[in-house]
Design a binder for this molecule. Structure first.
Ligand code: NAP
Length: 483
């Protein structure tokens, strides 16, 4: 691996125009520290054609072969006293003070702080700002901490290619940006050093935009699973001694998943409608939405993908139903009863229609939902223009919602109108699941009424009602410009 990485990733002809000059005249980059990050960074720098010198407190302790041959190993003073243009601080920030003796040697040089934060909500200066305080004569740049050692080793094609960079020094930032490009990364300028805290905690974030949607989906699953357990298993067992606990593993999961998928899909479109009604009521689009609505609007993609996951799982579970032992036993039992009674099962035309319709709507709904999921991938979504994206996410989204509602209603058929559907005075869970999606669909239909649609379109194009904008909008300007 190390040998592979010693050949430059970019040939001279492929290198970006503003890359650092490669070859004998290439400026040396120093790395202080000989740990994991230092080693991976050195491998990558050498592979990009950069001369590297590693500065260690104890060079003799570094096992031979740990760094590529082209890397020069020196003590800390020796490494930074060379003609280096950049110094990577590949050590933990609590050890920065131990380098204070190098202050004069590091003066005027670019110091790259690669350290990560240790906690999300920590106050006070960032590691990079502390480094800048310790070395006021150096040009401190924050960067490369979001790149893991694995990404450095595997090359630009396999890992994430973005490198977030910030600094108060334009000159320092420019050098790091050039080096990042030369190494095959995409530098992203995050501004001044005050952005360092945000960059430091970036690797600590654990799916920040997913936690809310995942919790909501999980709670919905718990609700429908618990409700189904109470209504279909526990209460019948307590009241009639009927043992149906075997349904816990598959039946109940497969009953809960479509309900969760349907409600979650409705939750994707509900905030958009709520926002539209709020704009209509306020008569302006220039007043901010409450923060909870803003957050909800930003999580629609995640909710949609979770809805797709539940729907897909429901599809797989349903396909597995004939494999169950209980299905075989029931089939044999029914056949035995018919033979014994000497009867033939009459053709159930209505039943056949019902099952075909609900299966067909379910399959179509899942198909459209998969399209939505695919177009939400950045690589696919980026190829669509705004109109195409809106058509898929909104137009096809409502089609998926309608098909899913129809799938549920065909499944229920007229069952909801029979008293036996309400065992223990509890409606079946599919009936509960369909309430919110129906509200969303009806609400959407109201928004399409010409009088409402026209007003909403005007508001979204900047028109404001009198009470919001009494001066600007209704201000008459006379031809000579004097009101
Ligand atoms: P590491 O393996 O523990 O290496 C740290 C190095 O710091 C040591 O090998 C040591 O090298 C040097 N050092 C200098 N002065 C020191 C002192 N007074 N006490 C102890 N060590 C001293 O850590 P690492 O994983 O390479 O991480 C280094 C920095 O990179 C950290 O700030 C980390 O947040 C950041 N980072 C790491 C990764 C990663 O994937 N590992 C990713 C992004 C960022 P010498 O003994 O040769 O002096």
């Amino acid at each position: 691996m190390v040998e592979d990485m010693t050949t430059p990733l970019l040939s001279d002809s492929e290198a970006p125009a503003d890359a650092l000059p490669v070859g004998l005249t290439s400026p040396t980059v120093a790395i202080l520290g000989s740990g994991d990050f230092s080693r991976s960074l050195a491998v990558r720098l050498v592979a990009s054609g950069v001369q590297v010198v590693v500065g260690s407190r104890c060079v003799n302790r570094i096992p031979s072969g740990l760094f590529p041959e082209a890397v020069e190993l020196r003590n800390q003073e020796g490494a930074v006293s060379q003609e280096v243009c950049l110094v990577f601080m590949a050590l933990f920030p609590e050890h920065y003070c131990s380098l204070l003796g190098l202050q004069s040697a590091l003066a005027g040089k670019v110091l790259v702080d690669v350290s990560n934060g240790t906690e999300m909500n920590i106050h006070g200066p960032s590691n990079a700002e502390r480094l800048a305080d310790l070395f006021p004569d150096s040009l401190v740049v924050k960067g490369f901490n979001t790149v893991s050692t694995w990404e450095l080793q595997t090359g630009a094609h396999d890992g994430s290619r973005q490198v977030m960079i910030c600094s108060n020094s334009t000159e320092g930032k420019k050098k790091v940006v050039q080096l990042a490009r030369q190494m095959g990364f995409h530098p992203v300028d995050m501004g001044g050093l005050s952005a360092a805290r945000e960059i430091e905690v970036a690797p600590l974030r654990l799916f920040p935009s997913w936690s809310g949607p995942v919790v909501i989906t999980f709670l919905l699953f718990l609700f429908f699973y618990g409700y189904g357990f109470l209504r279909g298993i526990l209460l019948p067992f307590l009241a009639q001694g009927h043992n149906a606990f075997y349904r816990l593993a598959l039946d109940l999961v497969n009953e809960s998943l479509p309900a969760v998928a349907l409600v979650t899909l409705a939750l994707v479109y509900f905030p958009g409608l709520f926002a539209a009604w709020l704009q209509l009521w306020r008569g302006t689009k220039y007043r901010r939405f409450p923060s909870w609505l803003d957050n909800w609007l930003q999580r629609r993609k995640q909710l949609g993908l979770l809805s797709f996951l539940c729907a897909a799982l429901h599809g797989v579970y349903s396909l597995c139903l004939p494999l169950r032992r209980i299905t075989l036993l029931r089939l044999v039992n029914t056949a035995y009863k018919q033979v014994k009674a000497g009867t033939e099962e009459p053709w159930d035309e209505l039943g056949v229609w019902r099952s075909d319709l609900y299966i067909s709507c379910g399959v179509l709904g899942l198909g459209v939902l998969s399209l939505l999921a695919i177009t939400s991938l950045p690589t696919v979504g980026n190829t669509l223009n705004w109109r195409e994206f809106t058509f898929v996410q909104s137009g096809l989204g409502y089609i998926a919602l309608t098909l899913s509602i129809m799938h549920t209603l065909f499944f229920g058929w007229d069952f909801a109108f029979h008293i036996e559907a309400y065992s223990f005075y509890m409606p079946p869970s599919y009936l509960l699941a369909v309430v919110l999606p129906c509200i969303v669909l009806v609400s959407r239909c109201f928004l399409l009424l010409p009088c409402i649609f026209t007003r909403l379109t005007r508001i979204r194009r900047g028109w404001e009602s009198k009470r919001n904008c009494p001066v600007l909008q209704h201000h008459h300007v006379v031809p000579n410009g004097i009101p």
